[in-house]
Design a binder for this molecule. Structure first.
Ligand code: ZN
Length: 664
């Protein structure tokens, strides 16, 4: 975790024009900047960046956000990755929050492995381009396969010498630790001697989404060798096979722009397609697709197209994971490459444009394709046929119902047609699988809730609702009758609640009186504020502000604008949008006496606080009146009457105060 101090430091340095301008060519237009939108294809610029508001907005596709969301969207960084990138850019030293010893240890190992991998990549590339054996064997092999030097450099390819321990000795001479070298898979220890693991191989570095190297694939060149064709990095702190998509780093922007991800089998397929200009291709590394890989794809697009060469074992494996793709609402298509070709050879043969046309024209639906294959396989065996029907019903039942209702119906109709069975019968079967799955999920959730309750008896038993979920949170605005107030008044309250928080963010660090800041005043009333503000999300902002302020930080609108929690950051933006700006009418009204909200902040804070308190008093009075209506003793009645008088006095006081400030 990055400490809040560091985040503040980074945020204070952000210059949105400089950062966004690094990716998009911007031209100054009045107070803002204009460029061609990087998120959709356009010929006339509609992508606007406002340095004053620190936000961007595209009037073509509607995407908008701040510097961090730009990096998250454009570079596919996570929030933390975007912060780290900015920290490196602005030379801000990252201070980490206290971590558990295990996490710290894991992070340190990870960092060391990154450094070793970066060293190894440079080492192997240097050999490929500058060493005699590298040139004669590695470079000429890649040339023969049709790769240009530019492509080799883009993918940072390398070559490992066909020798016992040249790399190991170089790494040890550079002071790298043997234990980590072994963990990285680059070195093995035999008879207590560190030796090279990759010998006479082409080295394919594998990058994570930020371009750092997490491992390698090493392909042997000599075909007569009994050694395995590929050696990959063993699983370690960085290299987690189930999360890797080869080429995702190089392909990420093309996938985003074309709104389609092509999945091929091998490293060289990816590289060939890129070289030909088909840059939205990645490889799964020959395993069945995992949920992590599917989610990674989903970060960029909902359209996955698998390029299939008929007998590629890797693609067959990939197909096995695809039921999960349906649950993730990914739209999956298959394209079969003609006989005896693979994507690598085929794109070379026909070129990028024809390849794209071929893919577009030959996409087959994944479910129907599987169905046809299974049906052919079953032939006349009626038992096998029944199994196929069950299988397809099960698969269709996984389609995410809420998003894809018509899609589901389409599948049922088309599958019934292919199977030559009754559509309603198939529909019923699909419904049965859906019901079974929901039942299973509910049972699991209820069991989880029970386990949780048993594990934390001290925290008080959570109340379990009839649906098996704990009822730990009341719905917002519970207990406030909706017809109590007119809509206008509700709106007024909403505005006042937001206004209070906005003033805390905008003016919190300005002076209130000789000894206090505005934040001191507002937070001193904060105990009351929890009663005064209904909106739970606004209260969350208040909580965070209080927390940061008490730590001696200087929270502002910006701290929330850039908050990791997207809901909070959106709320902060919407509060900002409500900002009164000085309209010409307003100025006129005050006849030249230019009073900005800036100058009036104390009065604003006071009057908003009064409004909120007034509402609270009204609620208390209603409560009090209800109590009077219930049976009570004389003594109780006296108390209730006294309370009523006290509340009335408070109300009058507040109304008087409002009268002096509120002009309306
Ligand atoms: Zn756009």
């Amino acid at each position: 975790m990055i400490s809040q101090q560091t985040i503040q430091q980074i945020l204070s340095r952000i210059d949105i024009i400089e950062i966004v301008g690094g990716f998009v060519k911007l031209k100054k237009r009045g107070t803002s900047y204009l460029g061609l939108c990087p998120f959709h294809n356009e010929k006339t610029p509609s992508f606007t960046v406002s340095p004053a508001k620190e936000i961007y907005k595209c009037f073509g596709c509607g995407r908008s956000g701040n510097t961090i969301s730009f990096l998250m969207e454009h570079e596919k960084y996570s929030y933390v990755e975007a912060l780290r990138w900015l920290a490196a850019r602005y030379n801000v030293e990252i201070e980490e929050k206290e971590l558990s010893p295990e996490v710290r240890q894991q992070q340190q190992v990870g960092e060391s492995l990154y450094i070793i991998n970066a060293f190894a990549q440079k080492y192997f590339s240097d050999i490929l381009f500058n060493n005699e054996e590298g040139q004669d064997i590695g470079f000429s092999y890649l040339k023969e396969r049709g790769f240009t030097e530019e492509t080799m450099r883009k993918f940072q390819l390398g070559y490992s010498l066909d020798q016992r321990d040249t790399f190991a000795r170089a790494a040890l001479a550079a002071q790298y630790n043997v234990e980590y070298l072994v963990k990285s898979g680059l070195v093995v220890v035999r008879d207590e001697r560190p030796m090279d693991n990759y010998r006479g191989r082409i080295i394919f570095p594998i990058h994570n989404q930020t371009g750092k190297i997490i491992g390698f694939g090493a392909r042997i060149i000599k075909s007569n060798d009994r050694a395995p064709k590929y050696i990959n990095t063993p699983e370690n702190e960085l290299y987690v096979k189930s999360k890797i998509l080869y080429g995702a780093y190089q392909a990420r922007q093309a996938i985003d722009k074309q709104d389609e991800c092509l999945l091929v089998e091998g490293y060289t397929d990816v590289i060939s397609l890129h070289q030909a200009g088909v840059e939205n291709a990645v490889a799964s590394g020959g395993t069945s697709l995992t949920i992590d890989q599917l989610r990674l794809i989903k970060k960029y697009t909902n359209h996955l197209t698998i390029i299939y060469d008929g007998d590629g074992a890797g693609i067959k494996a990939a197909l096995r994971g695809l039921d999960m793709a349906l649950e993730e609402s990914l739209d999956v298509k298959l394209v079969l490459i003609p006989d005896k070709e693979d994507p690598d050879s085929y794109v070379r043969k026909i070129g990028a444009a024809a390849f794209r046309d071929f893919v577009a024209a030959n996409k087959k639906d994944f479910i129907l394709f599987q169905l046809e294959v299974a049906l052919k396989d079953a032939a006349d065996d009626s038992n096998k046929k029944a199994a196929v029907v069950n299988q397809v019903a099960e698969t269709i039942s996984r389609i995410n119902q809420t998003g894809d209702f018509t899609k589901k119906q389409d599948y049922i109709r088309q599958s019934a047609e292919i199977l030559r069975i009754d559509e309603i019968g198939l529909q019923n079967l699909v419904n049965k699988f859906t019901r079974d799955r929901i039942e299973k999920q509910e049972n699991r959730a209820a069991a989880d809730a029970r386990a949780k309750a048993a594990a934390h008896p001290a925290a008080g038993q959570p109340i379990i609702g009839e649906d098996g979920f704990p009822l730990d949170e009341m719905p917002p605005d519970a207990g406030m009758p909706q017809d109590e107030e007119s809509l206008g008044l509700l709106f007024r309250h909403e505005q006042n609640e937001q206004g209070m928080i906005r003033m805390l963010l905008d003016f919190g660090l300005k002076s209130w009186d000789e000894n206090n800041l505005v934040a001191d005043y507002i937070l001193a009333e904060a105990i009351d504020l929890y009663d005064l503000i209904d909106n739970k999300r606004l209260l969350k902002i208040l909580d965070l502000y209080k927390n940061w302020y008490e730590q001696g930080l200087e929270p502002s609108t910006k701290s929330f604008l850039y908050h990791e929690d997207q809901e909070l950051s959106t709320l902060a933006v919407s509060i900002m949008d409500l900002h009164h700006e000085i309209s010409p009418n307003w100025k006129e009204h005050y006849e030249g006496k230019i009073a900005t909200p800036e100058d009036l902040y104390k009065e604003d804070v006071l009057s908003t606080m009064r409004w909120l308190k007034l509402r609270k008093i009204k609620r208390l009075m209603e409560q009090n009146q209800q109590d009077m209506g219930r049976p009570h003793s004389e003594e109780e009645l006296m108390m209730l009457l006294q309370t009523h008088k006290h509340l009335k006095d408070l109300e009058r006081e507040l109304l008087d105060g409002l009268g002096t400030v509120i002009v309306i």
